[in-house]
Design a protein around this ligand. Structure first.
Ligand SMILES: [Fe+2]
Ligand SMILES: [Fe+2]
Length: 159
C-alpha cells in the first residue's frame, strides 16, 4: 500500500506539472477530472496506510519533484508527448495494480476495494489520454519506464 501511495503522490505531481505547461486545448477539463480522481486515490491510500499502522515512504518528496519535472517537461515539449506520457504511466500503474491484486490476501477486502477502483480509474485515464491525442511511446521507451517503475517499487517498499 505504501507503493500505491507513492504512485499517487507521483500522479499528483505529474498532472500538476502537465497542467502548468501543456496547452491541452479541448481536453483540459477531462485531464482536470483525472487529476481530481488522483486526489481521491491519494486520500484512500493515505487512510488505508494509517489503518494498517504503516507510514508513507520517506522518498516521496524526491519522487514528487522528479514526477513534477517530467510532467512539466513533457508538457513544455508538446501536448501529444505529455498525454502520451500520461498514457504510458497509467499503463505501468495498471500493470502494477493488477500484480498487487494477485498478491493481496483475499480477506483484506478494504485494500482490494481501493486497488480495484483505482485500477478502473487509471485505465480510464490511460484511454482518455490516448483519445486526446497522446502519442503511443515506442517499445524501448516503455521498457525503460518499466525498469524505472520496478526500481521505484523496490525502493519504496523498503523505505
Ligand atoms: Fe491514481
Ligand atoms: Fe490515474
Amino acid at each position: 500500500m505504501r507503493v500505491n501511495h507513492t504512485g499517487e503522490v507521483c500522479a499528483q505531481a505529474l498532472y500538476q506539472g502537465q497542467a502548468l505547461t501543456a496547452k491541452l486545448p479541448g481536453v483540459r477539463a477531462e485531464m482536470e477530472q483525472a487529476a481530481q480522481e488522483e486526489v481521491d486515490h491519494l486520500a484512500w491510500c493515505h487512510e488505508r496506510l494509517q489503518q494498517l499502522d504503516s507510514r508513507p515512504s520517506v522518498l516521496n518528496p524526491i519522487f514528487y519533484a522528479a514526477s513534477f519535472a517530467v510532467g512539466a517537461g513533457a508538457g513544455a515539449i508538446s501536448d501529444r508527448i505529455s498525454l502520451g506520457f500520461v498514457a504510458a504511466t497509467e499503463d505501468q500503474v495498471c500493470a502494477h495494480l493488477q500484480r498487487h491484486l494477485g498478491e493481496l490476501p483475499p480477506e483484506d477486502t478494504a485494500s482490494r476495494a481501493i486497488v480495484e477502483q483505482m485500477h478502473i480509474d487509471e485505465d480510464s485515464h490511460r484511454q482518455s489520454a490516448l483519445r486526446a491525442g497522446g502519442l503511443q511511446f515506442p517499445e524501448p521507451v516503455k521498457k525503460t519506464m518499466t525498469l524505472v517503475s520496478r526500481l521505484m517499487t523496490e525502493s519504496v517498499s523498503r523505505i
